[in-house]
Ligand binder design. Sequence first.
Ligand code: ZN
Length: 673
Amino acid sequence: MSAAPATADDFPYAGERFADLQMLRYQVHGFDQLTLQQKKYVYYLSEAALTGRDILWDQNGRYNLRIRCMLETVYTDYSGERTTDDFKAFEVYLKRVWFSNGIHHHYGCDKFVPGFSEDFLAAAVRGVDAAKLPLADGQTVDQLIYELFPVIFDPAVMPKRTNQADGQDLVLTSAANYYGAGVTQAEAEEFYLAQKEADTDLAHPVMFGMNSRLVRGTDGQLTENVWRSGGLYGAAIDRIIYWLELAKGVAETEQQKAVIAKLIEYYRTGDLRTFDQYTILWVQATEGMVDFVNGFTESYGDPLGMKASWEGMANFKDLEATRRTETLSQNAQWFEDHSPVDPRFKKPECKGITAKVIVAAMLGGDLYPSTAIGINLPNSNWVRAEHGSKSVTIGNLTDAYNKAAHGNGFQKEFVIDAPTLALINQYGDVCDDLHTDLHECLGHGSGRLLSGVDADSLKAYGSAIEEARADLFGLYYLADPKLVELGLTPNLDAYKAQYYTYMMNGLMTQLVRIEPGAEIEEAHMRNRALIARWTLAQAAAMAAQQGGKPAVELVQRDNKTYVQVNDYPMLRTLFGRLLAEIQRVKSEGDFEGARRLIENYAVQIEPQLHNEVLARYKALDLAPYKGFINPVYVVERDAAGEITDIRVTYDETYADQMLRYSREYATLPYINE
Ligand code: ZN
């Protein structure tokens, strides 16, 4: 693994696997093409994104920073045998704790159950240099063990990071560190209700409680310890400000500089009105290549949904994807004019949209290692209503998920034969991206309602029908020679990869996400089932009528079910027919037509096939959760210390990265009161 893999296929997307986790790497493609100033900008924002790490660890639980230090010291300094079951279980436990930024599962919120004994850990802790352990003032090693071991080993102590169980005191029973000792849910709710009632600007409410820990003061009254420079987490925030100041110095536009200046002002004051002003500036700053997320953002970790965990990300525009979507947008009218729908339902003037795709350059805080594949911010409702939001997809992360999936056996299990598998390996990713682009940039924007038709006529069926319309638009055009002409598909065969995987997903593999006995409910899943099953049924009916093989069918081989496509051009014709019908349903507001399509094709699941798919998927033993190892930016300087270039490298291991972060981004004391 070196800085520049020879080809994309050599890139080590899939990393190590442990417990229920699979580590991946993402490629920061396009970084080398940035100007030196843009590289510096990305680099400083990356440092700012990593610097808040300890804040999140402390937010996730008050003992996390000390436990991390104790475990890491054992991991690096343990002098005993490293091949014993106890040590191996200890290593897995530490890797899980790293992944979750604390001792509770990142998704399920349950405390991890160590697979090693208390005696093993106690002996290991006693065996390392006490000076490297997170001892409180005057504390002995035995006292440390006495204090921290129940937090790790006793199932009754802090069992849940964020408890959502109805009927319990969610604040008292959650281990997350957003409320001080003894603060109850009722008290916290009362405290914030009073704040809301005292607010005079009702149309522009701030996000109360977002950036503080609510604690009981010495006088017994509740008070907020605000996360700001000079306040709680101030030491970490000052370091973040340091990197943001450097970033501001190399920002591309005056607008970007104003955004960062406002964020720094907010970090200094902790003032929530300043935060709202910052997010408005952030939404408006769309010029330039580079952008970022940095701050207290999402509130899923607070059982009351107010207090925001810290996260950071540096990113820049994905020029390749943007070029692709611009090409589609510029030709929007051609696609509209040539679509197989009734001319009455077409838009006389059609404008495509350019999808916004970004490249993640660094993930930090609550976006690391487990992350989102899109950004849709800010969260303040009135800011969104009055100033809009930024909604982007993170192309290189999606890409990494896809690429890593290639070798995991999933497609080998479900794809019918080697030639089809080869086709998918060669063209699957490019066609999948393109299908998404066609769906987003053209599909949703195509067509029109007949005058007088209510946009909500299809009611509960509306969103599945709308997704099917956009998907079909994409499927139909994926096979069009126009895409080869525009340089978007490499040849007239590539589309077959997408046709096959689309049918396989819609008929079979998407069912792995549904519990046995349940129905299909989610709109995108209904849409895919509708398209795949309608097409299957039409193909069967045509074959029954005209003889010969159906265009697509389900076949049995060695007691397993597979999709077999016999006639790809006919499959395209069928997609076109369904597109015409669904556009009619939408344009005419034909509720009964929508209901029939959805209820007949998109809801019920054939239990035998479902069970078969679930069993085959389970046998693959794939990790349910994935997360990313970050790249490393190597800064080159001249004799005077000036940065001359920055290179991106990918060869740091997961454990090395975590240990390095704990050294280089150790910004907080172990105990933050
Ligand atoms: Zn859509």
